[in-house]
Write a protein that binds this ligand. Structure first.
Ligand code: NAD
Ligand code: DAU
Length: 372
């Protein structure tokens, strides 16, 4: 890719930090990445400490809010960005149930403010808006919005979400993401802003904040704490290793058609109960319970505990990713067993990171409801 600078929003979070790492280390991109992140409880600059050291001035971190339209526009102008990729969001469904306000603020107002800044920046320069005869010397601006399969609602026993599936969000989180997707599409149809959207299923992998099922289950198991399973544990999610998601986003940024939506999934439907059983079995190989003093003679699977269900809990998600496969040649590459193994091994190998998210400013976010 010949572009000079990419503006990544929310790049200090789970997927955003994996994405920045992926672009620097796994692609031929030779330009600069500007990471704009508000550093909420979910943002951790430590996720990219080594990237800052390795890539010098090709990596710029800016603490800021996507709701601040003027600051975002100034940043776009300063770094002459050619691509925007929006990861910034409040991302945890449970928190959206306890307190939706921040979700409305960042996911809806924030996306609107980012779109408006991008539109103004785009109109600044005829080359970027594609109106100049000399276009071709520099690529036009592109805006990629990272979204979720949760906008489609809940599936019955069969079927998969396609890009044409009607939106039917059920939680404040998914409703806020659905709203942001509609705004992004509206900017394409109304103003011609060259946008793309991806709707992806559940990710897992390194740097995942331990409020979400997989990192929470791994860390609670290792510490001999209960592993909470909501309701009957038979809800189904379609799991994708985070690096596969990053590769899909990069494919779309390179070759995706403006105005187009791409579903991204792992072809990996798993019941929650089987996910936590898989984690327990995997940990037996990496750190046998018999050698873990926190287990006091128990097996990891003995820690699995059924707890009250999440209100409005969607039953099943599954993604039909045939469009991105057919049009852009992307497909998932990491199978669930090896992805889970890599993930659990990463948490065991990175006690400093684990300690950092369980102490200091992050600690209160793992309070009563989260560190069971
Ligand atoms: P995350 O919660 O780990 O990270 C979100 C990041 O956004 C954090 O670094 C946070 O500080 C930052 N942020 C929040 N509000 C901000 C604001 N107003 N301005 C600037 N930065 C702000 O989330 P994630 O799991 O990495 O998800 C990233 C994106 O991918 C989200 O848009 C989410 O909806 C989407 N998504 C996530 C998954 C998943 O399984 N995690 C799956 C599909 C789509
Ligand atoms: O589908 C994509 C979505 O995946 C993303 O848009 C969200 O940002 C991301 O957080 C994730 O949402 P989920 O709600 O599916 O993820 P979570 O890890 O919170 O839960 C996964 C499943 O496990 C879900 O069915 C709820 C259940 N669960 C979760 C937790 C935290 C439990 O049974 N016990 C738990 O302690």
């Amino acid at each position: 890719m010949t572009m000079k600078a990419i503006l990544v929003t929310g790049g200090a979070g789970f997927i955003g930090s994996n994405f920045i790492r992926h672009v620097f280390e796994k692609t031929r991109f030779a330009g600069k990445i500007v990471n704009l992140d508000k550093l909420t409880y979910a943002g951790n600059p430590g996720n990219l400490a080594d990237i800052g050291e390795k890539y010098g001035n090709r990596y710029v971190f800016v603490k800021g809010d996507i709701c601040d339209q003027r600051a975002v526009l100034a940043l776009m102008r300063k770094h002459r960005v050619a691509r925007v990729v929006n990861f910034a969001a409040e991302s945890h469904v449970d928190r959206s149930i306890f307190g939706p306000k921040d979700f409305i603020e960042t996911n809806i107002h924030g996306t609107f403010s980012l779109l408006e800044a991008a539109r103004r920046y785009w109109l600044d320069d005829p080359e970027r808006s594609g109106n100049s005869p000399s276009r071709g010397s520099r690529p036009a601006l592109r805006f990629h919005h990272v979204s979720t399969d949760e906008v489609y609602g809940s599936l019955g026993k069969t079927g998969k979400f396609r890009e044409t599936t009607p939106y039917d969000p059920r939680s404040p989180y998914s409703a806020s993401k659905a709203s942001s997707d509609h705004l992004v599409r509206a900017y394409y149809h109304t103003y011609g802003l060259p946008v793309t959207i991806s709707n992806c299923s559940n990710n897992y992998g390194p740097y995942h904040f331990p409020e979400k099922l997989i990192p929470l289950a791994i860390l609670n198991a290792v510490e001999g704490k209960p592993i909470p399973v909501y309701g009957d544990g038979l809800q189904v999610r379609d799991w994708l290793y985070v690096e596969d998601h990053c590769a899909a986003i990069w494919c779309i940024m390179e070759g995706g058609r403006p105005g187009r939506t791409y579903n991204v999934g792992g072809n990996c439907e798993m019941k929650n109960l089987d996910v936590v059983r898989g984690i327990c079995a995997g940990l037996e190989n990496l750190f046998p319970a018999a050698e873990n003093p926190a287990l006091r003679g128990r097996k990891y699977a003995d820690l699995i505990t059924f707890v009250k269900d999440r209100p409005g809990h969607d039953r099943r998600y599954a993604i039909d990713f045939s469009r991105i496969k057919r049009e852009l040649g992307w497909r998932p590459s990491v199978d669930f067993k090896s992805g889970l193994h890599k993930t659990a091994a990463w948490y065991l190998d990175n006690p400093k990171w684990v300690k950092s998210v369980k102490t200091g400013r992050y600690r209160r976010w793992l309070g009563k409801n989260y560190s069971r």
